[in-house]
Write a new protein. Structure first.
Length: 363
């Protein structure tokens, strides 16, 4: 079945060679806010990159003009991780770096900390129309020895259940320097995941659960989070290690302070190494996960569903058979979810497309 879709971002338009790394939230007013990295010169992960935003007031059917939310001169501002507070304020956690601070150079220790990946925060009190000046929060959210660093990508969480209700949880990942002489620091065993936590609506921050993989074949990277009805935080991560399984998961039962157990392989979610998105539907008793389902290629965007908190999964909706990459899920209304994802006819990075998916038949 074909569902309604729209294309808020198309590569090679509006002053940008490429749009990548989608993140989407629904504002308290009902407006849909679609964030992305606007990459000025190429589709590369470093260089002149802005965080851009488009707003929709009709559930993602049509989109307003492009807005530049976070800019770092001709350097990088990226990895948007937005979250909506109870009062309606929209927070945007993101990272900034020098234009030549590539991931490889950072992991090898060839970039000064001042030019590396640093963490910043902005907010909007009018559904993304206007934004505060950026505020750096690196000193509370990144340990001095960490090298590579990325927030999200994808939406962050405001917990709604249990004793930690109101807490903000931002999934992130990092790398550490090598421990063996001769290592470059680029090996996956130096890759780790962590959570950023705030109990005062973003005024102050701290690092919660953090650590490297518990095995050589487990390296959490690009984590997505969802809150289960009992307040458990479910985490699902891309596995950066070379292994048969490409997804990892874990849970936290104390609001993200620590993991109940280390990340483990989640063999029920097949696909390539790529970012994914998780979203829990409390009223439907279902946890959703979106991501490409082709075993080797970034293609075949699929929504999968779990009725047991992420222990087991089943295919729920195949978007289409085209190339596809990163994506982010959002609840639109009682009957619909939205998916903002990278896709195209001949390559995964031609557009960011928004798909409205009815819940009837999905869960």
């Amino acid at each position: 079945m074909t569902y309604a879709s729209s294309v808020p971002y198309r590569a090679g338009t509006e002053g940008y060679a490429s749009f990548r790394i989608p993140a989407v939230v629904r504002a308290r007013s009902g407006a849909v806010l679609a964030f992305a990295e606007g990459r000025v010169d190429s589709a590369g992960d470093a260089g002149h990159i802005d965080i851009v935003l488009k707003r929709s007031t009709d559930g993602g059917r049509t989109w307003g003009p492009l807005r530049r939310v976070a800019r770092n001169g001709t350097a990088t501002a990226g990895n948007p991780a937005p979250v909506v507070l109870a009062g309606g304020r929209v927070l945007l956690v993101h990272v900034r770096a020098a234009a030549d601070a590539t991931e490889d150079r950072i992991r090898r220790g060839l970039v000064r900390p001042a030019d590396g990946r640093r963490v910043w925060l902005q907010h909007s009190d009018d559904d993304g129309a206007n934004w505060s000046p950026p505020r750096e929060i690196t000193d509370r959210t990144k340990l001095p020895g960490w090298r590579w660093y990325a927030t999200g990508p994808g939406h962050a969480l405001r917990l709604r259940h249990g004793p930690y209700a109101g807490r903000l949880v931002v999934p992130a990942n990092h790398s550490v320097p090598p421990t063996d002489p001769g290592d470059t620091g680029t090996e996956s065993r130096y890759e780790g995941g962590h959570l950023l936590l705030s109990d005062d609506d973003g005024a102050t921050w701290r690092i919660g659960a953090a650590g490297l993989g518990a095995a050589a074949t487990v390296a959490p990277n690009e984590t997505t989070a969802a809150e289960l009805p009992d307040g458990t935080v479910y985490l699902n991560a891309r596995n950066a290690a070379t292994a048969a399984w490409r997804r990892l998961d874990a849970v936290s039962t104390d609001g993200g302070e620590r993991l109940a157990a280390p990340f483990r392989p989640q063999a029920g979610l097949t696909g390539p190494r790529v970012q994914g998105s998780a979203l829990h539907l409390d009223d439907r008793g279902a946890l959703l996960f979106s991501g490409p389902a082709h075993p080797d290629a970034r293609a075949l965007m699929t929504v999968r569903a779990s009725r047991d908190g992420g222990l087991t999964w089943r295919p729920a909706h195949t978007v289409d058979g085209r190339p596809a990459g990163y994506g982010d899920l959002v609840r639109l209304d009682r009957d619909t979810v939205g998916l903002l994802h990278e896709t195209g006819d001949f390559g995964a990075y031609e557009t960011l497309t928004f798909r409205r998916i009815p819940l009837a038949g999905l869960v």
